[in-house]
Write a protein that binds this ligand. Structure first.
Ligand SMILES: Cc1cc2nc3c(=O)[nH]c(=O)nc-3n(C[C@H](O)[C@H](O)[C@H](O)COP(=O)(O)OP(=O)(O)OC[C@H]3O[C@@H](n4cnc5c(N)ncnc54)[C@H](O)[C@@H]3O)c2cc1C
Length: 334
């Protein structure tokens, strides 16, 4: 581990000022990803700006019924919040499906948005990885040793097939969340669905956030029928494992017809995957298994499977159908 300077920021202005002055610096939230990456010599900041004492740990109701969530709210606290559990169950379930209780007690909302992929080659400094080292090549593309099991089938490129690992971001993508970011230039908002980038030829550029911007909050717009929402995660172990496939869904059924639907996928995409093609098929359709299967098929038509991850396409199709079947059986309580 390389030595670095440590600075604890008492307020937002100091934090964004420090990062502007030290372009090689990194913010430290809960540290559950960054510290591992520094230890493994993958991240090499010259300065670490500790933001854990900033007053960004509030969960507030917005006038329209939405929620404003401070970037330093811990994942466990957000999952347990009464307004999250009742109005956005998909969000609470996604958080509780991630990591372990100890990690969720440390992990923050802002840090979860920026966590790096779990592709094994990204963490193996002896391997070729364009995300870790631009232009190095991608060993995951031709992997035969089981490493492809964790990789993506949607949004991949000839330079990177690493899957995005976050559960929280899949729920946020379905809920049309917005990210608020602050720098010395001011405050701006970025829709969550546009926050993460597809890898293309530059997989090391993962988000639209500039290097000197601090995530200050995430806002959820009101969505009354999100009370009928659900997060389903398929993984190799019942807990403490990243998703092979996950589905975040909210469904509004009126007189047997889909009046509204929100759908996003995890584990299969190079970014949290908002399933707009499926939503288009479903809106106005009968809320039944045939429509759910057609919608899932439309979304996954562009999937590119490789020897070690081709199973994910069918698994995702089935998980979408099962999740929507369950939501339609539960009915729309609004
Ligand atoms: C064993 C293990 C299992 C896990 N399983 C899962 C899982 O199943 N599902 C899942 O979703 N996650 C999982 N995680 C990931 C975990 O959720 C993330 O490590 C965590 O959310 C990151 O939050 P943090 O606050 O600790 O971020 P940090 O480690 O502090 O930071 C991560 C990155 O975000 C940057 N950053 C942090 N806060 C801000 C901010 N406010 N503004 C700008 N930049 C910021 C940091 O500079 C750093 O680059 C797992 C992690 C581990 C170690």
């Amino acid at each position: 581990m390389r030595p670095f300077s440590y600075l604890s920021a008492p307020d937002v202005a100091t934090a964004v000022g420090a990062i502007a002055e030290h372009p090689g610096a990194r913010f430290l939230g809960g540290g559950t990803n960054l510290v591992d990456l520094i230890r493994q010599n993958i991240e090499r900041p010259d300065t670490v700006v500790d933001i854990s004492r900033l007053p960004l740990d509030r969960i507030e109701e917005l006038p329209d019924g939405g929620l404003r969530i401070g970037a330093l709210v811990r994942n466990s606290r957000l999952a347990a919040h009464p307004l999250v559990r009742t109005r956005y169950p998909v969000l609470s379930q996604a958080l509780l499906a991630g990591a372990s209780a100890q990690l969720r007690n440390m992990a923050t909302v802002g840090g979860n948005l920026l966590q790096r992929t779990r592709c094994p080659y990204f963490y193996d400094t002896a391997a070729h990885c364009n995300k870790r080292e631009p232009g190095a090549g991608c060993d995951a593309l031709d992997a035969l040793d089981g490493a492809q099991r964790s990789t993506a089938v949607l949004g991949t490129s000839g330079h990177c097939i690493a899957a995005h690992p976050s559960d929280l971001c899949v729920a946020l993508a379905a809920l049309d969340a917005e990210v608020e970011a602050e720098s010395v230039r001011g405050v701006r908002r970025i829709p969550l669905t546009g926050f993460h980038r597809l890898p293309g030829g530059t997989p090391h550029l993962e988000t639209e956030l500039a290097a000197d911007e601090l995530i200050t909050a995430v806002e959820l717009p009101a969505l009354p029928w999100a009370v009928n929402s659900r997060y389903r995660k398929v993984r190799d172990r019942a807990s403490y494992a990243f998703a092979l496939v996950s589905v975040a869904a909210a469904l509004d059924v009126r007189d047997g017809t889909v009046a509204g639907v929100r759908l996003a996928l995890g584990g299969v995409g190079t970014k949290p995957w908002r399933a707009r093609a499926a939503e288009q098929v479903l809106t106005g359709a009968r809320a039944d298994g045939a429509a759910f299967a057609e919608a899932a098929g439309a979304e996954l038509a562009g999937a590119v499977g490789r020897s070690g991850n081709a199973f994910k396409t069918e698994l995702a199709r089935r998980t979408v159908v099962a999740t929507l079947n369950r939501l339609s059986a539960d009915g729309s309580p609004v």
